[in-house]
Write a protein that binds this ligand. Structure first.
Ligand code: C2E
Ligand code: MG
Ligand code: MG
Ligand code: MG
Length: 280
């Protein structure tokens, strides 16, 4: 009987696996097609000065649409694009679209720094600096308004070469942010080698900072660490007024999150920016 059960279980597992392999294959095909036909979308989430409510920047977030016209989460296709190598092409497209869009804002008088996420494989790519230079040049976009968001884990993959890579990038005049800070595994010894400008506090800590003493202490510690390193701090996933106040009290003065705005498509973003300006 045990044998039979085991066999059944195996069958179940195998169907499951087959299903997920097919789904994965389908998603990869969809992504490939979108890359070739230039069908990727980029949404923009504004970043705010927590005290004045002013927009201080925007993060570009890639969006892929499925056959039904629904958005597929980047959490699903970014890992897949990393494994398949498509991330290099994806990253280049997002970077170009983001620079082009931010240049349009600039031409309309909205000076909004734009940040673009960079995956580990992109950071490891020897062509990255070239790709960035090209995006800036092609779009006539000023380097100081472009920021790359890189996770500490991605920075650490080639720890020996990290400082060289970072200085190659910063020498272009762009800014570097550490994304999802606190979720990686970098030691304090490495932290001092992070020659970066901005530290983004991961939203998993912000989320419960007011219900969980440990999370509060972690947020507090990250803020004092960032400040002591002379970095600009920004909190991710700010969803409530109470969190906004607590962050200001801890002297983190920038944030993004659903309290202010979800990521918006290009036309909604522009409307949002104009409305904010009218409100003063
Ligand atoms: P991330 O860079 O940490 O981006 C923040 C994510 O949090 C975004 O999810 C954003 O929509 C979401 N978010 C913002 N505010 C809130 C909030 O108040 N509450 C909650 N619950 N969520 C909030 P999204 O757009 O689904 O992106 C997920 C991740 O996918 C990103 O995390 C980033 O790691 C990756 N990603 C997105 N676009 C790109 C891209 O163009 N290139 C690369 N390499 N990665 C990307
Ligand atoms: Mg990010
Ligand atoms: Mg993040
Ligand atoms: Mg993240």
């Amino acid at each position: 009987r045990a044998k039979q059960e085991g066999r059944n279980r195996f069958c179940f597992f195998s169907h499951d696996l087959e299903h997920s392999i097919m789904e994965r294959h389908h998603l990869e095909t969809r992504l490939r097609k979108a890359l070739i036909n230039d069908e990727l979308f980029v949404h923009y989430q504004p970043k705010f000065d927590l005290r004045t409510n002013e927009i201080v920047g925007a993060e570009a977030l890639v969006r892929l649409v499925n056959d039904e016209g629904e958005f597929i989460s980047p959490a699903e296709f970014i890992p897949l694009s990393e494994e398949s190598g498509l991330i290099i092409m994806l990253g280049k497209q997002v970077l170009n679209k983001a620079c082009a869009e931010a240049k349009r804002w600039l031409d309309k008088g909205h000076i909004i720094p734009i940040s673009v996420n960079v995956a580990a494989a992109q950071f490891a790519d020897p062509d990255l600096a070239c790709v960035i230079k090209e995006a800036l040049l092609n779009n006539d976009f000023p380097a100081h308004l472009l920021e790359l968001e890189i996770t500490e884990t991605a920075l650490m993959i080639d720890a020996a070469d990290m400082q060289n890579k970072l200085s190659e990038l910063t020498s272009l005049g762009i800014k570097i942010a550490i994304d999802d800070f606190g979720t990686g595994y970098s030691s304090l010894a490495y932290l001092k080698k992070f020659n970066v400008d901005v530290m983004k506090i991961d939203m998993s800590f912000v989320k419960d900072m007011l219900n969980n003493k440990h999370d509060y202490e972690i947020v507090k510690t990250i803020i004092s660490l960032g400040k002591s390193m002379g970095l600009v701090l920004i909190a991710e996933g700010v969803e409530t007024e109470a969190q906004r106040h607590a962050l200001i009290e801890l002297e983190c003065f920038m944030g993004q999150g659903y309290l202010f705005s979800r990521p918006l498509n290009t036309s909604d973003f522009e409307t949002f920016v104009i409305q904010k300006k009218l409100q003063g």
